[in-house]
Design a protein around this ligand. Structure first.
Ligand code: SF4
Length: 91
């Protein structure tokens, strides 16, 4: 399984295989406090979930569901990566 604390390489065409192609984009950008369950279910069956998440992390996407994760969940991964990078530097 991919280690979320380490950045992964991206190719450019991953969006062609997105499970959310043709799905209402509003689902992925819910109003504050609205359910993210349906969007996450689409992401769960997506073959490019990992690339999508990585794209959002590397581009600092602040809004919406990417790679099956909410803004808050992505912030946590960014924090973990920053901590991991600091521990390498400090080693
Ligand atoms: S992980 Fe979710 S948001 Fe990303 S491409 Fe797949 S279905 Fe779309």
């Amino acid at each position: 399984m991919h280690d979320d604390t380490q950045p992964a390489a991206l190719d450019d065409n991953w969006q062609d295989d997105a499970n959310c192609l043709g799905v209402d984009p509003d689902l992925f950008f819910p109003e504050r406090g609205a359910s993210t369950r349906e969007a996450k279910e689409v992401c769960r069956g997506c073959v490019v979930r990992e690339q999508c998440l990585e794209f959002a992390l590397q581009n600092g996407e602040k809004f919406g569901i990417w790679g099956g994760l909410s803004e808050r969940e992505r912030r946590r991964i960014r924090r973990q990566r920053a901590q991991a990078a600091r521990s390498i530097v400090g080693a």
